[in-house]
Design a protein around this ligand. Structure first.
Ligand SMILES: Cc1cc2nc3c(=O)[nH]c(=O)nc-3n(C[C@H](O)[C@H](O)[C@H](O)COP(=O)(O)OP(=O)(O)OC[C@H]3O[C@@H](n4cnc5c(N)ncnc54)[C@H](O)[C@@H]3O)c2cc1C
Length: 461
């Protein structure tokens, strides 16, 4: 639908961009490059007042409403076709209380911006592995990254949030104030309103042992890597990709085109203890590249100036990766026709697993490993569906249907897969919170949890 001039939100402090504005051109782009949508309006909001005004217009006009933080949703949920986008990118205030080790952060910040700002004080909150991901989107999904075993999920450091709900009210929620909504925000995604600011706990994380270790990928090396990463102290969190080595400058030419295990990792603790912790990983095979070194934590978040990519991704949790599964991964990686196909293995556990499952809406706490199959392709030479089928088949062979999924990595995969992100009781509890705060499903362009049955005694505060 096209909004007519009288329907545009009035009195916006921020910018309202329509297709007629020159500045509109890049406004609708998202990381998922196959998504080409033209919203009728991109509202670059300046704060909660603007957010409430735009929600009201969307409701009055029946427009689809998208909420865009860092724009990294694999489903392209940060942009609507013909509807309205609430673009949070102008909300970039970072207010640190170094003594209290907390920070209020605007939802327009990226993980990299936050990490660099906090890093100036030797402090950090764990986000993911990519600088350009928005802190709002990753936090609302859960947040699994380089500090997951040491400090837990991003949500485990979320202390409070300011959210504008479907009724236009600004609510400041925490464990004491509207605790059910605060519970739902920690894993339930963008279903409950637009979060303008988030308050985080920070940890002293300054010099770490981090970087990249590249090993030849045989089934035994992959299985050995997983076993060693699981046995390592909680200070060590690893993110390893099995892939065909691209012609990267730091890889010897002889390795280009061979199967490699590219493992990024952080040991968040004493440097000597870190060296000891990564030694068993280095010893699994003669490294093809060993770029592990003491570094300041923010160095793990280089500003890649990321543009969008044509890619597919498929995610699952699982309990183990032994050599038989590793063999399967190697075989399938070799068969992919993508420009770059990878199977990512993240060893979990540690602090993430010590929080009770019912404490937050992210409830797959006991999952020991996350696997993500991804393929980057050239749209001029191959069809997206071919790569999507490859990723789906690989994860099916690794046992996807029996395992849960991570909402943050879900693409547009339908209701059943959204359900896989939550145990049944969690999903029903989320649906009840949804019915309380967004009974008309205004916030539906997301990994959607339709309003369920309101629980007794949970009327809107
Ligand atoms: C390259 C890449 C790397 C990634 N790495 C990791 C990783 O290491 N760990 C991990 O846990 N996840 C990771 N993710 C997944 C990522 O956390 C989710 O896709 C997240 O939703 C992206 O947030 P965003 O703000 O960038 O995206 P957007 O597309 O802007 O937002 C995604 C959705 O989140 C909701 N949302 C975002 N901000 C708000 C807000 N302030 N208020 C209300 N709703 C909001 C909306 O529903 C929106 O549609 C990665 C994704 C990509 C593409």
């Amino acid at each position: 639908m096209m909004l007519s001039a009288p329907q545009l939100p009035r009195d916006l402090e921020g910018q309202a961009l329509t297709p007629e504005d020159a500045a509109y051109d890049h406004a609708p782009t998202v990381f998922a490059a196959h998504i080409e949508r033209r919203p009728a309006l991109v509202a670059r909001v300046a704060g909660p007042g603007d957010i409430a005004r735009v929600i009201a217009v969307a409701r009055e006009t029946g427009s689809e409403l998208a909420v865009r933080g860092g724009g990294h949703s694999p489903a392209g949920h940060g942009v609507s076709h013909g509807g309205i986008v609430i673009d949070l990118s102008a909300l970039r205030r970072f207010e640190l209380d170094a003594a209290e080790r907390t920070a209020w952060a605007g939802a327009g910040l990226t993980a990299g911006m936050f990490t660099v700002a906090a890093g100036e004080h030797g402090l950090a909150t764990g986000f993911g592995d990519t600088s350009s991901v928005g802190i709002g989107g990753i936090t609302l999904a859960g947040g699994i990254g380089f500090l997951v075993r040491k400090h837990g999920l991003t949500i485990d450091d979320l202390l409070a949030a300011e959210i504008v709900t479907a009724d236009g009210r600004l609510r400041r929620v925490d464990a004491q104030t509207e605790p059910e909504l605060f519970w739902a925000l920690r894993g339930g995604g963008g279903n409950f309103g637009v979060v303008a600011r988030l308050k985080y706990r920070l940890h002293p994380v300054d010099t770490v042992v981090g970087g990249l270790l590249v090993l030849p990928a045989t089934a035994d090396v992959i299985a050995g890597f997983v076993a060693e990463a699981e046995a390592a102290p909680d200070e060590l969190s690893t993110i390893a990709n099995v892939m065909v080595a691209p012609p990267l400058p730091f890889l010897p030419e002889a390795a280009h085109g061979s199967h490699v295990l590219m493992a990024r990792m952080v040991y968040a603790g004493d440097v000597e203890a870190g060296r000891r912790a990564v030694a068993p990983l280095r010893a699994l095979a003669e490294p093809i590249a060993d770029l592990l070194r003491p570094m300041r934590y923010p160095e793990m978040f280089p500003d890649e100036g990321r543009q969008g990519i044509f890619g597919v991704t498929r995610t699952m949790f699982t309990g183990s990766v032994g050599s038989r599964r590793a063999e399967k991964i190697l075989q399938r990686i070799g068969e992919s026709s993508a420009t770059m196909a990878a199977c990512e293995i993240r060893v979990l556990g540690g602090a993430m697993a010590r929080v009770p499952a019912a404490a937050t809406a992210f409830a797959h706490r006991q999952s020991r490993i996350m696997i993500n199959a991804s393929a980057i392709y050239d749209p001029s030479s191959s069809e997206r569906s071919e790569h999507a089928a490859w990723a789906r088949d690989l994860l099916a062979e690794l046992g996807e249907s029996a395992a849960g999924a991570y909402a943050g990595f879900l693409a547009d995969e339908g209701e059943e897969r959204v359900r896989a992100a939550y145990p049944v009781a969690t999903f029903e509890r989320l649906a009840a919170v949804k019915a309380t705060y967004d009974p008309d499903n205004v916030f539906r362009l997301n990994q959607n949890i339709p309003p369920g049955t309101v629980r007794r005694g949970s009327d809107l505060p």
